[in-house]
Design a protein. Structure first.
Ligand code: GLY
Length: 586
């Protein structure tokens, strides 16, 4: 038996021996990439460094990152999928490339002393077959062969491409490593369609940058980015064919089983898995220092959807009492050693889960009976009925579609969004975007708005109060959104003054410079930091002329005159003691 903790240690120690520096995990709610909802991969917090910025710890990095991928939500319940997972990776930021990455991976997997000691006969590989203008990755094929892999075990696939995280950014062909998980004899020729071969590691050869217009340009440096799913490999190493049977998750499944008094069987197993997965993801979202709470927008909506889906599956299993916070407590118990922040935020996590469960419980029973009546008499759930279930009974639209599907009915989803738009003035695009779990965008406009955010932050501190600190930020290519601590509404005069000060700075054509320094020195020098954020020991500090200084990973524009005219479009409250400003550049 190997535990997931032992596996993580092995991976990290192996790469440390190869001169990699270990990085701590970044928060699940991205810190320096305000354009995305969640961290979706280990490379995600490293994007600025893949684009060429110097990393404080050097060019060779290893680490374990907690990630959320809401795109996989429908898959949860099978043997391999999660919405939350831990991903190990090794990264070369313009240092070694394909050959060395392949050699390291092969050595780690097969070496008995320093690695996992897997049999090379049980491994298989895919390489990029080429697509449109990008040629076939013959090099990767040749390197695997050179290292001793039988060519029958290497397949070329068109899908072998990874990134960018959102619409733009670093990306490239990849090579995936598969492991034979069946007790049956390993076939000589590798068939990637045969699901007894399970993917365990993805090596991405990041040498392209996808631009706003969709074209690829070569990156200034060639990078390696790898992704290695911790639980998936732990299961494989222990000859378990289901990730939910690994030590930590299995004990949570059994805990839920006791609560339901309904023994786990093949028919109800997927509901158990959905409960465990969704409450684990919710626990980690609530455990993030950003203090996200269930709501109808952004991360808060994803959180609400996960909690409510877990509750519905609890109802299906006959759990009649409140159970979400109990399961979360068990999750915190199992994960607190490796992730102490969830223990630290335990009271908040349990409080929020209980509140949300009570809110939904009030309406779910009634809502379900309305639902079944609608289903009984109607061929399709109309937009109006879907919206009623959403608004009056709190059913997320995805849950409405899911229940309808279980009963072989359709939902007028387009019509629902029209209703939604009328009522909430929120475009469908906005609502759909939320579930992609990542919209990273490094376009010029986003960069400009990011610089404008630093200017706004300082203008607020100058004009309103020097106690103001950033509490959150979200930037799209169209607008910036900035949250800060302050207890009352700003007056129109104050907003005008802030705007005027920001435009004054922009017109002074100040130069934006960055410098790397130890965190302590950065803080002592007066650099702004974000409320509640965790920072590494060495950080980048961005200064805008003599106006402001902030700890930030970037990217930013070079001169303030690139920004144009700064305009505040809204100022509102988002929570007790937290205000929000939305602004644009014209
Ligand atoms: N970034 C590589 C992966 O997630 O597979």
């Amino acid at each position: 038996m190997i535990t997931s903790k032992e596996l993580k240690n092995k991976f990290i120690e192996f790469f440390k021996k190869k001169d990699h520096q270990e990085i701590d995990f970044s928060p699940l709610i991205p810190e320096n990439d305000p354009t995305v909802l969640f961290t979706t991969a280990g490379m995600h917090p490293l994007v600025p460094f893949l684009l060429g910025q110097e990393h404080p710890l050097g060019k060779k990095i290893v680490g374990n990152q907690i990630c959320i991928r809401t795109t996989d939500i429908e898959e949860v319940g099978d043997k391999t999928h999660f919405t939350f997972f831990e991903m190990l990776g090794n990264w070369s930021l313009g240092d070694y490339f394909k050959k060395q990455a392949i050699e390291y991976a092969f050595e780690f997997l097969t070496n008995k002393e320093f690695g996992l000691g897997l049999l090379k006969e049980k491994l298989a590989f895919t390489c990029f077959s080429g697509k449109e203008k990008i040629p076939k990755d013959q090099d990767a094929f040749d390197f695997w062969k050179e290292i001793g892999v039988n060519e029958k075990r290497i397949a070329f696939i068109e899908d072998n491409w990874w990134g960018p995280v959102g619409n733009t950014g670093p990306c490239g062909p990849d090579s995936e490593i598969f492991y034979w998980t069946s007790k049956e004899e390993v076939p000589e020729t590798f068939d990637p369609e045969d699901d007894r071969w399970v993917e365990i590691w993805n090596l991405v050869f990041m040498e392209h940058n996808k631009k706003q217009d969709g074209e690829l340009e070569p990156l200034n440096q060639k990078n390696i980015d790898t992704g290695f799913g911790v639980e998936r490999v732990t299961a494989i190493l222990n000859n378990q064919d289901d990730v939910f049977f690994t030590e930590k998750l299995n004990s949570i499944l059994r805990f839920v089983e006791k609560l339901s008094e309904n023994p786990i069987n093949q028919a109800n197993l997927s509901s158990y898995k959905i409960i465990v997965d969704h409450i684990r993801t919710s626990t980690f979202i609530l455990g993030d220092d950003r203090a996200i709470i269930p709501s109808n927008v952004d991360q808060g909506y994803v959180l609400r959807r996960l909690i409510r889906r877990a509750i519905r599956h609890g109802t299906m299993l006959g759990i009649n009492t409140s159970f979400v916070s109990k399961v979360s407590e068990k999750i915190i118990e199992n994960y607190k050693e490796e992730f102490p922040h969830i223990q630290k935020n335990k009271t908040f996590i349990l409080e929020q889960l209980t509140k949300e469960e009570n809110r939904f419980k009030e309406t779910i029973v009634k809502g379900l009976s309305v639902f079944y009546k609608v289903i009984e008499y109607k061929e399709e759930i109309s937009a109006k009925n879907a919206f009623l279930l959403y608004q009056s009974y709190g059913f997320p639209i995805e849950m409405i579609v899911e229940i309808a599907k279980e009963n072989n009915k359709q939902v007028d989803v387009d019509g629902f969004y029209k209703e939604y738009e009328i009522h909430k003035k929120l475009s469908r695009q906005g609502a759909e975007k939320k579930f992609k779990g990542g919209l990273s965008d490094h376009s010029e406009n986003t960069k400009k708005l990011h610089t404008a955010t630093h200017i706004l932050n300082q203008a607020l501190r100058e004009i309103i109060s020097s106690d103001i600190k950033q509490k959150g930020s979200n930037i799209t290519s169209e607008r910036l959104r900035f949250d800060f601590n302050f207890s009352r509404k700003l007056t129109p005069e104050e907003l005008k003054k802030i705007e005027a000060r920001a435009n004054e700075v922009i017109n002074k054509d100040m130069i934006i410079e960055k410098e790397m320094m130890p965190l302590k020195e950065a803080l002592e020098s007066g650099a702004q930091s974000e409320f509640g954020a965790r920072y590494p020991e060495k950080v980048w500090v961005y200064t805008i002329g003599d106006f402001t200084k902030e700890i930030c990973t970037g990217p930013h524009v070079q001169r303030t005159s690139e920004l144009g005219y700064f305009k505040i479009v809204k100022e509102q409250s988002v929570a007790a003691g937290v205000r929000r400003i939305k602004a644009v550049l014209e």
